[in-house]
Design a protein. Structure first.
Length: 469
């Protein structure tokens, strides 16, 4: 970055990826400001950290900007509409404007980037990887797609003795496939968890979506590492010819890196971590969810290649506390469990529900799901129906539009019609608390789960308090 441009202004600063970058520049001493549509607990925390945020467009005919073209970089996400008034003001008045991915891309070119991509699993895998490195002698910086419960932040960066933000050889980055953002990165290590189709509003076809991951895989630096989920066959241009890029596979039960002797008992999961060179025995998952075995294998593969020792791997996995809104257990008593989960893709829902049923066999699971995006609902309505039919009971909410305008004929009805279980209902988000209260009064709740990437998280604290009472 050009240090003469000393102010960083973030359009969409409340996004999980944008907020990590905002924290990064704020910690480095740059003036940081931004806009977001609504105030959230995350934006309130950013304000407490000294970042100036406003929540309505400022730059109408009667308003003037509080930044100048000479000393400001405007960072934005593809989720910001191009016709948004504030975006247009910056664009039409000569400001330097960069996508979030471009800023992350420059960071990876100035360090050894460990970039984790995939339709699902990337947030957990990247946060695990960052924790393993951060608590080891290796150390790292990290830009995460979720708030780590170990550190209560989505930014990790080592401090210098003087209190400033120090450098680190490795930086862990969650590589976002939306709008081909991850093509801006230059990984030293890259890991791909999955390439199930998504964001077809951007890519058009499943084949084009898959090709975007092949392009990402081809960006690994010479002398670096590429790790791909076992069974995920990608045609990576020049990969075989570039013998200086070391390619491996990983998986729960198979691959160059995998798990053996998985034991699930008394609410705990342990296993042995198998690498091409050794076996690290007695790994204990700090968050004992079956799908986390696979995520842990991928994270430990990256960490071990970076130099983390077997004992540091054991300590790191056992002390990993998870991520807010990723299989996040809110209430756990003998008779009632409440879990909040970010799952918003059919494959994520399937993995989460099956993990719950493995961890709590013979118990009834009631899921509250808020679909995210009209386009995703349109493209995967049958797949959503199949995944949600794994529940014992479904409470389905309206679609959260996020960046999209409504699509004619697409409502949560199209998912509801594809759900085959008997106990299902549709409702408004504002009626959820009353429904759950009634179920609680009638002893009809066993395991409750909230799913979705929209604003369903606004219900979590109230549900938690209701269930605890």
């Amino acid at each position: 970055m050009n240090n003469n441009l000393t102010t960083y202004y973030f359009l969409g600063i409340g996004g999980i990826g944008m907020s990590a970058l905002a924290r990064y520049f704020n910690a480095k001493g740059f003036p940081v400001m931004g806009y977001d549509r609504t105030r959230t607990p995350l934006t309130e925390q950013l304000e407490r950290e000294g970042i100036d945020i406003h929540y309505t467009a400022l730059y109408g005919r009667d308003a003037q900007p509080c930044v100048s073209t000479e000393n400001t970089i405007v960072v934005y996400t593809p989720a910001i509409p191009q016709d948004f008034e504030e975006f247009q003001y910056f664009k039409n008045n000569g400001f330097t404007m960069l996508k979030r991915a471009q800023v992350l891309g420059e960071i990876t070119r100035n360090s050894k980037g460990i970039c984790i991509a995939g339709t699902h699993g990337k947030t957990t895998t990247s946060t695990m990887t960052a924790h393993l490195l951060y608590q080891s002698k290796i150390g790292c910086s990290a830009f995460l797609g979720g708030v780590s419960k170990n550190y209560d932040t989505n930014l990790l960066a080592p401090s210098t003795p003087s209190g400033g933000l120090g450098g680190a050889e490795f930086v862990v980055i969650e590589a976002d496939e939306y709008d081909r953002s991850f093509h801006q990165l230059t990984p030293y290590m890259a890991l791909i968890t999955a390439a199930d189709a998504d964001h077809l509003d951007i890519y058009g076809t499943k084949e084009e979506f898959r090709r975007s991951f092949e392009t990402f895989a081809s960006l690994v630096q010479d002398g670096g590492y590429l790790i791909i989920k076992e069974g995920l066959y990608l045609d990576v241009p020049c990969r075989n010819a570039r013998s200086c890029v070391s390619t491996h596979t990983y998986g729960m039960n198979s691959g160059d890196f995998h798990a053996e002797n998985i034991v699930i008992e008394n609410g705990e999961i342990t296993f042995d971590f198998v690498t091409p060179n050794e076996t690290v025995q007695d790994i204990q998952l700090g968050v004992p969810v079956l799908i986390n075995v696979e995520n842990a294998v991928g994270a430990m593969a990256l960490a071990s290649l970076a130099g983390v020792t077997p004992e540091e791997l054991r300590q790191g996995m056992a002390s990993f506390k998870g991520i807010k809104r990723r299989f996040d257990i809110q209430v756990k008593t003998e008779n009632l469990v409440y879990i909040d989960d970010y799952a918003h893709h059919p494959e994520e829902l399937k993995a989460s529900i099956l993990s719950i049923k493995t961890l709590y066999p013979n118990r009834k699971v009631c899921g509250i799901f808020q679909p995210h995006l009209y386009s995703r609902t349109r493209d995967f309505q049958k797949e959503f129906g199949a995944s949600l039919s794994l529940l014992d009971e479904l409470i389905l909410l309206d679609i959260y539009a996020a960046r999209e305008l409504p699509i004619e004929g697409i409502t949560s009805d199209v998912i509801f019609e594809n759900v085959t279980i008997e106990h299902k209902m549709q409702t408004k988000k504002e009626d959820v608390l009353e429904i759950v209260h009634n179920k609680l009064q009638n002893n009809e709740l066993d395991i409750l789960v909230t799913f979705g990437a929209g604003d369903i998280d606004q219900l979590v604290q109230e549900l938690k308090e209701l269930l605890k009472s």
